[in-house]
Design a protein around this ligand. Structure first.
Ligand code: SF4
Length: 129
């Protein structure tokens, strides 16, 4: 998979492997039932969490909102388990989830991956995106 290039950013191109059934099942165990109804985005009816790839301001706004979301971990685990390719999920961008998928396929621990993605200060993720 190749992500669209954002003007002014270095293009990162790498193959994103598929998560196997075992990893998907393990990720699903970290998804709280009914998490969608508790999300900070539940009452927002616009495209805030699905900004244009080049719209870094809107993407940053969505990531900021996710930072205060009580079900961020469930949201991210769901997005990874179901292979959500577009939008901001669990406080991560498409590219950040690609990196997480590659880490998981390469043997990273699921708990460590979810902790790292949801507990790190937002600015560290921004630097990596
Ligand atoms: S983490 Fe972000 S995208 Fe997921 S439910 Fe919360 S606010 Fe919505």
């Amino acid at each position: 998979m190749t992500r669209p290039q954002i003007p002014g950013q270095i293009e990162l191109v790498f193959d994103v492997p598929e998560l196997g059934d075992v990893l998907r099942a393990e990720l699903t165990t970290h998804v709280l039932p009914g998490w969608q109804s508790m999300g900070a985005c539940r009452s927002v009816a616009d495209d805030t969490w699905f900004p244009d790839p080049a719209d870094t301001m809107s993407k940053a706004a969505a990531l900021d909102r996710c930072g205060f979301c009580p079900v961020r971990r469930s949201c991210l685990a769901h997005a990874l388990a179901t292979g959500e390719e577009y939008g901001v999920w669990g406080g991560t961008t498409e590219l950040q989830r690609d990196v997480l998928v590659r880490d998981l396929v390469d043997g990273a621990d699921v708990v460590d991956a979810l902790d790292g993605a949801t507990l790190l200060p937002e600015f560290l993720w921004r630097q990596a995106s």
